[in-house]
Structures are given as C-alpha cells and as structure tokens.
Design a protein around this ligand. Structure first.
Ligand SMILES: *[C@@H]1O[C@H](CO)[C@@H](O)[C@H](O)[C@H]1NC(C)=O
Ligand SMILES: *[C@@H]1O[C@H](CO)[C@@H](O)[C@H](O)[C@H]1NC(C)=O
Ligand SMILES: *[C@@H]1O[C@H](CO)[C@@H](O)[C@H](O)[C@H]1NC(C)=O
Ligand SMILES: *[C@@H]1O[C@H](CO)[C@@H](O)[C@H](O)[C@H]1NC(C)=O
Ligand SMILES: *[C@@H]1O[C@H](CO)[C@@H](O)[C@H](O)[C@H]1NC(C)=O
Length: 489
C-alpha cells in the first residue's frame, strides 16, 4: 500500500515523496513512536502549526522581471542568478511567507510558477513576480501516486529560459517551502565555471528515498542550480524527454532523467538540504558539514527549529546572524573547558551545547539522531550520513543554549552572539564533575570572515575565554592558529 505523505497543506510538491506503509509497519511504528516520543521529549519543542492569515487577494500584479543590462564579466553575484520557484495556487497564501524571508526584491530576479493566477498577498512588493506555467495537459502522466503538476514544474527551467533575460549564469530551482541563504548560494556557485554544463544540488538524506528515486538526482526541495548552457541544452530536448518518462513521480526525477540523457552528472554540494525528516532536526543543524549552508527545506513538515516558537518565526531568527556573517551560519566549532571537563559544541547563529565529559571531535561532529527518517524510522541505517545517539549516558545530555541575539562591534570587528539555555528538567547526574546548570547563557565572539570559503575547508577553532560572570560562558570562535588543533589532555 502506498500512501501520500500526510503533512500536505493543500500543495502538490515536486520533491515530497510518499512513504510506504504496511499494517505491520504501522503497528511497529506506533509502538516505536511511544518510546520515541519519550526519547525525544528532551528538547520539548512545541510543534505549533501555522494559522493562515487572512490574506486579501487582489489580482494582477504585472509579472515583470527586472532585466538588467550587464556585461558578462566579474565574480558571480546575485544578479547573475534567476530563480524558478515551484509553487501552487493552493499553497501560495501560506508559502509566500517563507519566500519573503529570503527574497530580496531589489537584488534578485526570478518568479514563482503557479498553476493559475491567485493574486498577491499583503506584501506583494516583497515577493517575486508570479508566472503561470504553460499548459501541460497534452503530456502523458502515468504515475499512480503522484500528481501531474510535476509536468508543469519540470518545465520551469525551460520556461524561465524562454523569458530571455540577460546576463544569466545560473538557473536556481527551489520549492515554495525552501529557505535559501543567497550569499552562501553565491559562494558555492562561484566555484564552478558557469560556461560549462553543471547540475548542482544534493540528494535526499534518506537512504531509502535515494534507492527509490536516485542518488544521482538533485532533489527539488533542497534546491538545485543549472548553468546557463546546460539549461539551453535541456530546453532543446526537455519536452521530448518528458514524453519518454510518463511513469516518473515528480519534477526533479524528470529533470534527472533528462540530465542522464545529456550525460551530465549531479555535482553534489552538501549545503543544499532537502531535509527529508520528521520531528526535531536539532541534530542536523547542530553539526553542519564543513561547507556553507545553502538551503533548508520542509520547514512545515519538521518541528520549529527553535523551541516554543511558530515555525516561520523560528526560521526568521536565522536571518539576523545570516546578515552579519552568512558564511559562518550553523558552522560547528568544538572546544573543551579543561578545568570543568566539559565539551563545548558551537553551531554558530543557532545553538551552543555544553556536555559533561569529553567527547572527541570525531564523535561530536556526527549528527545526533533527534529526528525520524522520511519513512518514520530512527535507525542509523536509514540515513546517508554517519550519526550517533543524542546522548548515551544521562550525565551527557547536552545543556542546549539557543541563539537569542547578535550584534556587531565595529571597533573590535567582532560579532557578539548570545545563546540562552533552554529550560527543561535536566536529569540528575552522579558524576563528580562541574555541573553546567549554573551557566544560563553563552556569549560567542567571532570576527566575520566572508572569504573563509575561498580557502580550503576547515572547521573553525573555539577557545573558552575567562570571565567574571559566573552564569556565563564566553567563547571565542575563529580561524585555527598555526599548529592549533583540538587536543584533549
Ligand atoms: C572577486 O572575488 C575575489 C575574492 O573572492 C576578490 O578578491 C575580487 O576582488 C573580486 N573581484 C571583483 C571584480 O569584485
Ligand atoms: C489546456 O489545453 C487543453 C487542450 O489541449 C484544454 O482543454 C484546456 O482547457 C487547457 N487548459 C488551460 C488552463 O488553458
Ligand atoms: C573528564 O571526563 C572523562 C570522560 O568524559 C573522564 O574519564 C575523566 O575522569 C574526567 N576528568 C575529571 C577530572 O573529571
Ligand atoms: C565594542 O568593543 C569595545 C572594546 O571591547 C567596547 O569598549 C565597546 O563598549 C563595545 N561596543 C559595543 C557597542 O558593545
Ligand atoms: C554568582 O556570583 C554572585 C556574586 O557575584 C553570587 O551572588 C551568586 O550566588 C553566584 N552564583 C553562583 C551560581 O555561583
């Protein structure tokens, strides 16, 4: 039996996959979820759903894309990108709030592609123009569980190309529930020669999803980029190509099928996050791979990324640190408080964990399994990355300090970000070791380093700084000094 996934507030999503379910699996899962809920309660996130605002619809903002005349030279910047956002009239009223978080109307070009005109929301000037996809009713669609809107979403690339914009280097595709970090997107794309054929994105995190779909496919919700000449080659053959694969599910596997015909492989960049998870993705965000954060998908499926907040409000909290030091966002650094025997893990702009005892970098850099897979499992075999349990001994349950505020001090050229401890009952611990509970806040000092990704990737170092305040931990984060590495004595 195949089910469509449940969290689908009215939308057809090109990159949301169904999961497979048998009655036995349901029973096992129910039993399992009881223990899982118990295990997951540690982070005590409240899962508020979004109440759609009363959106006033009014028709017809003209769909004009900014056409800029620029010479095709210089470093790649936002003006060289064109975004094609896969939307649907049914989800538009809610999803436009996500798009608004990252869209910069004066700096970006692109459109949201819908099935029919719905009119704009309240802040139309803050949103990309709406375009209506061409009629695809003459294409065959034979997938028994999918939706034929996949056809029109597949054609966003070619329809965007047909707009004939100047000076385009990359076409960037995403869903209406994809949050992009545009400066990091530029950092990643500028590594590649846009005059050659490139298809850049990432797979699902779910092993099973990649077996069902493909390890060589860029998942649409994580977002992907196609270089200009490749988009042209694709557009020349896409409609015929689509006809050859009526049985496929979504739009991204159709694009992948055409890429296979063109012989262009996926260039995998780990900063694109399809986020095929349910529940609490704390573990994912606390141990980002050493690469810029490019996108986050599925905010409406996973829990709010900060406790006791609305999901969109929680995402919005990342915007302030992203403005001050986008290159550093979610980057992990690891250090030790030698006198108190604590392990400190910083995820810049998101959270700081204080853990009793010493966890070596090779352990703490693994993703803690705080979430379920897309197939509602928690076993490590379900994921394409190495992972670890959130904690193994109650004494090692992390004290989690969540990002609350950030400011930039021009005289020191440093950001000061503040993280406040989450209050929930911490378990009793018998270890004769300093208790992290009196630490109510963590201050992280860091010099913004916008060119960090022009160098070979390396994790930042962190150091514990002395402080008078007995309820505060002060941490300095920055490039490792010569010969500096994390050593536990
Ligand atoms: C291009 O970027 C590099 C650093 O990535 C910078 O040094 C250089 O000045 C930039 N060139 C232009 C024309 O902006
Ligand atoms: C799409 O084309 C079909 C015929 O090919 C037509 O019946 C249908 O009304 C068209 N839909 C729209 C929205 O124009
Ligand atoms: C520090 O923690 C490690 C294990 O996490 C333990 O083996 C060691 O005894 C502790 N040292 C002190 C001084 O508490
Ligand atoms: C910036 O840092 C300097 C030196 O530490 C300090 O004296 C000053 O108060 C700071 N300014 C702000 C606005 O925090
Ligand atoms: C922190 O220091 C203040 C005095 O500066 C003292 O009153 C308070 O009890 C101390 N708190 C802890 C947890 O030691």
């Amino acid at each position: 039996m195949k089910l469509r996934r449940k969290y689908q507030p009215g939308g057809v999503k090109p990159s949301s996959r169904p999961f497979h379910c048998s009655p036995l699996k349901v029973i096992l899962w129910l039993c399992f979820s009881v223990s899982l809920l118990y295990n997951l309660y540690f982070l005590d996130f409240l899962d508020y759903s979004i109440t759609p605002n009363n959106i006033k619809y009014y028709l017809s903002k003209p769909c004009i894309l900014n056409i800029e005349e620029h010479e095709n030279e210089g470093n790649t910047s936002l003006r060289h990108l064109v975004f094609g956002i896969a939307g649907s009239s049914r989800t538009w009223s809610e999803r436009q709030k996500c798009i608004q978080l990252w869209w910069r109307p004066d700096e970006m070009r692109g459109a949201v592609w819908l099935d029919k005109m719905v009119g704009y929301g309240i802040d139309d000037h803050l949103l990309p123009p709406i375009k209506i996809s061409g009629n695809t009713s003459h294409f065959k669609y034979e997938n028994p569980i999918g939706d034929r809107s996949a056809l029109r979403l597949t054609r966003i690339v070619s329809e965007t190309l047909k707009l004939g914009l100047n000076d385009v280097r990359w076409f960037v595709m995403g869903d209406d529930d994809t949050l992009f970090f545009p400066d990091n997107l530029i950092r990643v794309l500028s590594k590649y020669d846009h005059d050659q054929y490139y298809y850049i994105g990432s797979t699902s995190e779910s092993h099973q999803q990649n077996i069902v779909y493909n390890y060589g496919m860029a998942y649409g919700g994580g977002g992907f980029a196609i270089s200009y000449p490749l988009a042209k080659a694709l557009a020349n053959m896409q409609d015929r190509c689509i006809e050859r694969y009526p049985g496929l599910y979504g739009s991204d596997d159709r694009i992948h099928a055409c890429m296979s015909e063109l012989g262009v492989p996926l260039t995998k960049e780990r900063g694109f996050h399809q986020n095929d998870f349910y529940g609490n993705i704390f573990g994912i965000l606390a141990a980002h791979p050493i690469t810029p954060l490019v996108s986050l998908h599925h905010y409406s499926v996973t829990n709010a990324i900060f406790p006791r907040m609305d999901k969109l409000e929680a995402l919005k909290k990342l915007i302030a640190p992203a403005k001050l030091d986008s290159a550093a966002l979610l980057q992990q650094s690891i250090c030790y408080d030698a006198t108190r025997n604590w392990t400190i893990s910083v995820s810049w702009g998101y959270a700081v964990q204080i853990i009793r005892g010493i966890l070596h970098p090779r352990e703490i850099e693994l993703i803690a399994r705080t979430f379920y897979s897309w197939y509602q499992t928690v076993e490590p075999e379900g994921f394409i990355f190495n992972s670890r349990p959130y904690y193994e001994h109650v004494c090692q349950k992390p004290f989690v300090h969540f990002f609350s505020d950030v400011s930039y001090n021009i005289s020191t050229d440093q950001t000061l970000s503040e993280y406040i401890r989450q209050d929930y009952p911490y378990p009793r611990c018998e270890w004769k070791m300093a208790d992290p509970l009196p630490i109510a806040r963590v201050e992280v000092r860091k010099r913004p380093d916008p060119y960090v990704w022009d160098r070979a990737p390396r994790r930042n170092c962190c150091r514990i700084l002395p402080t008078e305040k007995n309820d505060t931990l002060v941490v300095d984060v920055g490039e490792c000094r010569e010969d500096e590495f994390i050593e536990v004595r």
